[in-house]
Design a protein around this ligand. Structure first.
Ligand code: SF4
Length: 343
């Protein structure tokens, strides 16, 4: 079975003709977006047919920034639940729709606020850095948020020697490796998609393609990212692949990102492990569900009255705002702006 993407021709790219039904769907979506003064924000792991009609396609950090600054009245978010929830925290006055509510993140679901409170009790003096892949209630119990792009800078910004990092143990281990002078107490959560990638598969690809460069996302198991030539967030992976001289590139990350890169860089050959690391939760959204949600204002992300009253909302928002205060100067020039086909 073929485990690699070798050409751009087999991809559903903007150059391929669309079926009439698809054309109609897209026209209706764009019409409704305009009528409702809405924008479509899409994570780069999404299906390519959704990416191509979106206003912004990027990773979590860049999409959060757009959500915080947009003047649109409505945000339709094709990502997973915590991303849409983050958009709502940053823009509470806007309507935020998640076209398919089943689109959750198993890693984010691996920790609840109660789990975090118990974890903190074991390490009382340490501040908590939470990965953006977490619920609002976990963010509310944390001191500062981070993404995979800025995690090292965020942890470095804290004066404490001991830091609690939740929920991703892959990213936590990567941060620990970059900052050996700190003690990172890491929660036991992980990304099931990135943890599908095995060292045996990486060795197989390395042997078959000895001149290829290997690029990994830090959500992989540390034994996997240790085998890579470069480790970085989604935007950093894209940038590295675009700028590196190698034509063969082994990507240890999610399938949708690799398909997008292959479509954008047809002169390069992207290879991925088998089974292809696909996040099923990211693929729930379809053009039909985007249209249905827009037509009916369905699947709105709301903040329960109770959470407003008990301050959870404010505390969760403050955790994200603190991240921007620390990292905005360095990352405000979004890399994605320069990427072909991505607004
Ligand atoms: S790829 Fe992993 S971390 Fe990202 S949404 Fe899917 S399960 Fe969550």
């Amino acid at each position: 079975m073929n485990s690699t993407i070798t050409t751009a021709q087999n991809l559903h790219t903007a150059t391929q003709p669309l079926e009439r039904n698809t054309e109609k769907l897209i026209a209706n979506i764009r019409k409704l977006l305009e009528e409702k003064e809405a924008i479509l924000l899409t994570h780069i792991y999404q299906r390519l047919e959704i990416q191509r009609i979106s206003d912004h396609v990027a990773d979590s950090l860049a999409l959060s920034r757009v959500a915080a600054k947009t003047s649109a009245k409505m945000i339709v978010f094709c990502g997973v639940h915590f991303m849409a929830e983050t958009a709502k925290l940053l823009s509470p006055e806007k309507t935020v729709l998640l076209p398919d509510l089943a689109s959750g993140c198993p890693m984010a679901d691996m920790i609840t606020s109660k789990d975090l409170i118990d974890f903190k009790k074991q390490n009382e003096s340490a501040p908590v850095v939470c990965y953006i892949n977490s619920s609002a209630s976990v963010k509310a119990e944390s001191d500062i948020c981070c993404t995979s792009t800025n995690a090292v800078d965020i942890v470095k910004s804290l004066p404490n020697k001991k830091i609690i990092f939740v929920p991703d143990k892959g990213l936590g281990a990567w941060v620990q490796k970059q900052i050996p002078e700190k003690e990172i107490i890491i929660y036991d959560g992980f990304c099931p998609t990135h943890y599908q990638i095995t060292t045996a598969e990486v060795s197989r690809l390395r042997q078959a393609h000895p001149s290829a460069v290997i690029i990994a996302h830090p959500e992989c198991d540390p034994s996997v990212w240790e085998m890579a030539d470069f480790v970085g967030s989604t935007s950093q992976i894209y940038k590295f692949a675009e700028e590196c001289p190698q034509e063969e590139i082994i990507i240890l990350s999610e399938h949708g990102l690799i398909r997008r890169m292959q479509a954008d860089m047809p002169q390069k050959k992207f290879l991925m492990t088998f089974p292809n690391p696909l996040c099923p939760n990211m693929k729930y959204h379809r053009l039909e569900s985007v249209l249905y949600a827009l037509e009916n204002n369905l699947h709105e992300i709301t903040i329960p009255e109770y959470d407003l009253a008990n301050g959870l909302f404010e505390r969760a928002k403050r955790t994200i705002d603190k991240m921007f205060e620390v990292s905005e100067a360095k990352y405000s020039q979004s890399y994605w702006k320069g990427v072909k086909g991505i607004n």
